[in-house]
Design a protein around this ligand. Structure first.
Ligand code: C2E
Ligand code: CA
Ligand code: CA
Length: 748
């Protein structure tokens, strides 16, 4: 009896709520229908040029514009649309490309505010198929989305009720007196509910586990283009096969995750190819599951929103974000994303990051022009991507490319790959009837051997690439730990050297004497830079001079050396050694500097030396870069009375034709020849040739690096003029120089 009474009470409560909710849903559905059916649309009639010919009252009422503002006003359509980067679709594009598709484009109202409008375009054509005019039909969707939202929430309540209904169905059935009546209600409820779902403009689906019944709205059928004869029960597999397989499994996974976590809502995006089409649409599917008291899922419902146009925009943005504009291959950001997510997913076992840098690409641009350079980069990107289809190829910047070799099985595989890659890149490139060859320097870093993150892997590959550049380019090198150590050391060295340049305390100039071979008289000194660091001890010029050149610190170091050397030369000259020569080494960086000539002139003036005692040493190789301008600077200095000597002669280009045009007065024969002068006839012969040639050209010859009496004897025999070597005197601090000067004075 008690149960009977309770059931009766419950049933009345149920019917009350059911009625209330259905009423709400029905009212809202009517509301939506009202918006659609009544003359509530915004209508614009346009000619082929997009000029508005006519508009309806609703448009004027909603937007606040007058007929005068709109009709026959060129450009009005453009100004109507809110311009921002998120809104790449304009009404014009919509008219031409999108035909009858629905599109959401907000418009600017007369008061400056914006209104969300969904637009449809109708093309009106004449009999010949020519466009007569367009009709733009807009619908204020802010209202519709609000209603849709409310509708969904009402539907949710409905679905809750639905389950309660299923729950109690059994109970009700047991209650004989009401059985017929409740069945009747159920049928009626189902009918109404069905009606609402089918009338909805968004795709809706439901699955009732209790009754094993799926339900799909008309819109759902439309979206999937499901043939009329199909039912979900009979053709379930085919219908589901429209969904991209990966997305489908992701969807199932989301559902399982959601329901095992006890969540009730879910949202996924599905890629769908509707029946009998090749097109792809993107559907945002969101929904809700309902559980009974025992926590068993009994009812699932969801809606599907076609977000294809958003997706296409996203795709466009993605393209801009992840692709290199020039070569149309991936960029560094993509590479980073790809590698990072592969690492995070744990799907990466072994891999190699290959860093490629074209050698001397600057020359290509400078000599053949940027468009030729661009063609090479485009062609290179093509070669790399075709060669390395399975891997990720990206252009990092300028002439740098990168390949991520995932799926690596062994190091030898990478070895073969990179070796072939070098050949591929160095095959000739031919554009605009010019055939060109380039080479590349490559650095390889291995995952997980060298690093565990993209950033550090990338650094390692870059370091290895620099290393291969230093080894003489056109080669590849694998990263190893010692390289980082080297880089760290180099950074510290630079810091220390900068500090030394701050005070000049640890910097010294040593002087190595030069003697006239025949007479034995002191000729002069070569000034040689010394860094005697408190922290590091003696640092070889072979180490700090290249460092100073790379960092351009040589400009201030060189200026200091020149000034100090000139001060000392001035002392020598005051001391009565007016014939002594002090030679100072010059670096190309100094010579190329715009202020170089002025710096020298200033120092000469400031120290008050007789410029005849100053000699500047340059090497052949440095002269060849920007030959004209270098030679004219040297000519100018020579005209001031300063001598120029050509250092390390015989090691570089040794072009005899240049010798004639250079404003030099001295040739310095490299130590390399002097070393072997007593051992090999070839070297002796070369030295002889150089000396005779110098004399023909009226140049003085200085032999460098004589360490033994025999060498000196031999040089004398070859008629060399001057010697500078450990045998006759090592480089020494200026204090020691005075003893030599005194000795020289005594000998006179
Ligand atoms: P360099 O201009 O060819 O200088 C001659 C080098 O040969 C000096 O080395 C000198 O100490 C060394 N040397 C001279 N005679 C002998 C010998 O009999 N045996 C041996 N084993 N070596 C001898 P250092 O001073 O180490 O300089 C090395 C290089 O560093 C110089 O070669 C020069 O290119 C550069 N350098 C030194 N000081 C300066 C400078 O002030 N400015 C610039 N730009 N470069 C400098
Ligand atoms: Ca020198
Ligand atoms: Ca030399």
């Amino acid at each position: 009896m008690v149960i009977k009474t309770l059931t009766v009470i419950w049933f009345f409560v149920f019917v009350y709520y059911l009625f209330k909710i259905l009423n709400k849903v029905y009212y809202q559905y009517k509301n939506m229908d009202f918006v659609v059916k009544s003359g509530e649309k915004l209508i614009l009639k346009l000619d082929q040029e997009g000029i508005i010919l006519e508009t309806n009252d609703k448009f004027l009422e909603v937007t606040g514009y007058t007929q005068n503002d709109i009709v026959n006003k060129a450009g009005f359509l453009t100004s109507l649309v809110q311009q921002n980067e998120n809104n790449t679709i304009t009404l014009e594009k919509l008219i031409v490309f999108n035909g009858t598709k629905n599109n959401h484009i907000p418009i600017r109202l007369n008061d400056g505010s914006f209104l969300n409008v969904s637009w449809q375009v109708v093309h009106f054509k004449d009999f010949a198929g020519r466009i007569k005019y367009y009709l733009l039909v807009g619908e204020d969707i802010s209202e519709i989305s609000r209603i849709e939202e409310e509708f969904l929430s009402a539907k949710e309540e409905l679905s809750n009720l639905y389950t309660e209904l299923a729950d109690t169905e059994e109970q009700i059935q047991r209650t004989y007196e009401y059985e017929n009546d409740s069945q009747q209600k159920l049928i009626e409820y189902d009918r109404k509910h069905n009606f609402i779902v089918q009338a909805l403009d968004i795709a809706v689906w439901e699955y009732d586990y209790g009754r094993q019944q799926p339900l799909f709205s008309t819109k759902f059928r439309e979206l999937f283009n499901i043939p009329a004869s199909y039912t979900f029960l009979m053709n379930k597999e085919e219908i589901l096969s429209c969904i991209d397989i990966e997305d489908y499994y992701d969807f199932l996974e989301t559902l399982i995750k959601c329901f095992t976590n006890g969540d009730s809502t879910f949202k996924v995006v599905l890629k769908v190819t509707p029946f009998n089409t090749n097109e792809i649409i993107w559907l945002e599917t969101s929904g809700k599951g309902y559980y009974n008291e025992d926590n068993v899922l009994i009812y699932l419902a969801g809606s599907m929103l076609n977000i294809t146009s958003n997706k296409q925009d996203e795709e466009k943005i993605r393209k801009i974000a992840f692709f290199d504009e020039l070569t149309n291959i991936y960029n560094k950001r993509y590479m980073e994303d790809f590698v990072t997510s592969a690492i995070e997913r744990g799907s990466l076992k072994e891999a190699a990051l290959i860093f490629i840098d074209i050698d001397n690409f600057k020359n290509v641009n400078e000599s053949l022009g940027y468009s030729f350079g661009d063609q090479i980069l485009i062609e290179m990107a093509k070669r790399l991507t075709t060669y390395s289809e399975k891997n990720i190829v990206a252009r990092l910047s300028g002439d740098e490319f990168c390949i991520f070799f995932h799926d690596m099985n062994s190091i030898s595989e990478v070895e073969v790959f990179v070796a072939k890659l070098m050949n591929l890149l160095s095959e000739t490139y031919s554009f605009y009837n010019i055939i060109y060859k380039v080479s590349a320097s490559i650095g390889v870093a291995l995952y997980p051997h060298n690093a565990h993150s993209f950033d550090s892997l990338f650094k390692c590959a870059e370091i290895a690439m620099y290393q291969s550049k230093q080894t003489g380019k056109n080669t590849y090198i694998y990263f190893d730990e010692s390289m980082t150590v080297k880089i760290k050391e180099r950074v510290e060295l630079e810091e220390d050297f900068r500090a030394a340049l701050g005070t000049f305390e640890d910097l010294k100039i040593y002087f190595q004497p030069q003697y006239d071979i025949k007479s034995g008289k002191l000729h002069g000194f070569e000034a040689l830079a010394r860094w005697i660091s408190k922290k590091r001890g003696f640092v070889s010029p072979g180490v700090f001079i290249p460092l100073a050149e790379e960092t351009r610190l040589i400009i201030s170091l060189g200026k200091w050396i020149l000034e100090e050397s000139c001060k000392i030369l001035r002392e020598f000259q005051r001391y009565g050694h007016s014939e002594l020569v002090v030679s100072v080494n010059l670096s190309i960086v100094q010579l190329m500097d715009d202020y170089f000539v002025n710096t020298v002139l200033d120092i000469v003036k400031k120290t008050g030396i007789n410029p005849a005692g100053l000699e500047l040493e340059i090497t052949e190789s440095i002269l060849m870069e920007s030959f004209e301008s270098n030679v004219s600077k040297l000519n100018f200095l020579r005209a001031q009375g300063i001598s120029i000597s050509l250092d390390d002669f015989g090691t570089g280009y040794s072009s005899l034709t240049y010798l004639k045009v250079l404003p030099i007065s001295t040739l310095k024969i490299d130590k390399m020849f002097v070393d072997n002068i007593t051992h090999f006839d070839v070297d002796k012969n070369i030295a002889l040739k150089i000396i005779s040639l110098a004399h023909v050209l009226n140049l003085r010859t200085i032999a460098e690096g004589a360490e033994h009496a025999e060498q000196l004897e031999c040089l004398k025999e070859l008629d060399c003029d001057i010697v500078q070597g450990y045998y006759t005197g090592k480089p020494m601090p200026v204090e020691n120089v005075y003893a030599i000067l005194d000795k020289a004075m005594l000998e006179e």
